[in-house]
Structures are given as structure tokens and as C-alpha cells.
Design a protein around this ligand. Structure first.
Ligand code: AMP
Length: 188
């Protein structure tokens, strides 16, 4: 978890590779559906371009289907999900039905000005439709209003570890690994 621009995608890929599990990014799944012009992509696109969240009903169904793919049978790392109270509940239900559980919730933190600068830079290299200044600001607001409050419930469950996301990419990955091993020792 963490605000847009914190480095979730980059770090999720690195951690997942090292752990030999898939990194499942709801943002990437939406973007590939938009690119392919699927009905899901058509539905998601207007929300994404406005910096708003895609409705839970759409997102939850997509995530559940992805978790049922054979590649995800031995574990996974979620990038950018859950992001709403409803998604937290949906994820719990999905895990419970499969007798799975969360091992850890990792949050990357970066201060807001740096986030905006990073995303503005990414706009030049990746050309994402939602990396314009206005939409970047809106995405930060939506994160603060809808996603940041979720951290408390994971904190209460002893699952949450916050890791600073500034500095060299490899250093952040290292800190995440340390956080994961600490979290493993906290498990009952
Ligand atoms: P991301 O690549 O994670 O920054 O996601 C890009 C955009 O996809 C977001 O701004 C949302 O519009 C949409 N999106 C990704 N994940 C979710 C989610 N879990 N819930 C709702 N919308 C999402």
C-alpha cells in the first residue's frame, strides 16, 4: 500500500520475483484491459482518467478471478489492492473462502511534494493518461480520503509495517525484506 508514486509497482515486482510469487497490480490489469478495449477496460477508463477509484463491484470481481488463476495458487503480492473499506472486506471474504490469510501489509511512505515530482517525471517517460498534474493531485486526495484510513485496521491486527520509500530503489527493497522477516516473526 502507499500513495500514488510511492514506488509500489517497482517494489512489488522486485519482491515478488525474489519470493517467486506473482505481483498482482489492479492498476496494471485495468490498463491492459483499457489498451485491449475490453468491456472491463471501457468501464474502468473514465474513472482512471479522472483519478477516481473504479467501483468496488468491478474491482473485487476482477481481483477474485485473478487470485483463482493457477499461477496464484502458492501465494501472491498485491499491488494497489485493497484501496477501500469495501475492498478490505471483500479480500477477507475471498481469503477466508480459500483458507488463506495475509502474512503482511507493507506501506511505502514518501512526502507529497516528492510524489508529485516523481509522477510528473513518469508522465514524460510512460505517458500514462492519469499522470497529468490535476489528476495526480486528485489521486493523492482520493488516497488520503479512502485508503490511508484503512491502515489503522491492519495496524490493529499487527500486520502493518511502514517503510520509507525515498532513496535508492535497492535500499527500499532491502528495507521491505527486513520488514517482511520481522512480520513473519510476529505471526501466531
Ligand atoms: P495504479 O496503477 O495502482 O496507480 O492504479 C491506476 C488507477 O487504476 C487508479 O487511479 C484507479 O483508477 C484504478 N485502480 C487501481 N487499483 C484500484 C483499486 N484497488 N480500486 C479501485 N480503482 C483502482
Amino acid at each position: 500500500m502507499g500513495p500514488p508514486g510511492a514506488g509500489k509497482g517497482t517494489q512489488a515486482t522486485r519482491l515478488a520475483d525474489a519470493l517467486s510469487v506473482p505481483a498482482i497490480s489492479t492498476g496494471d490489469i485495468f490498463r491492459s484491459n483499457v489498451a485491449a478495449g475490453t468491456p472491463l477496460g471501457v468501464q474502468a477508463q473514465r474513472y482512471m482518467n479522472a483519478g477516481e477509484y473504479v467501483p468496488d463491484s468491478v474491482t473485487d470481481a476482477m481481483l477474485e478471478a485473478r487470485l483463482d488463476e493457477p499461477e496464484a495458487a502458492n501465494g501472491w503480492l498485491l499491488d494497489g489492492y485493497p484501496r477501500t473499506v469495501g475492498q478490505v472486506a471483500a479480500l477477507e471474504a475471498v481469503l477466508e473462502a480459500r483458507s488463506h490469510r495475509l502474512n503482511a501489509v507493507l506501506v511505502l511512505t514518501v512526502d507529497e511534494e516528492e510524489l508529485v515530482q516523481r509522477l510528473a517525471k513518469r508522465a514524460l517517460t510512460e505517458g500514462r493518461a492519469d499522470d497529468t498534474e490535476e489528476v495526480i493531485r486528485r489521486r493523492q486526495e482520493v488516497y488520503r480520503a479512502q485508503t490511508a484510513p484503512l491502515l489503522e485496521s491492519y495496524e490493529k491486527r499487527g500486520l502493518l509495517t511502514t517503510v520509507p520509500g525515498s532513496g535508492p530503489v535497492a535500499k527500499v527493497t532491502e528495507s521491505l525484506f527486513e520488514a517482511l522477516s520481522l512480520s513473519a516473526t510476529r505471526q501466531p
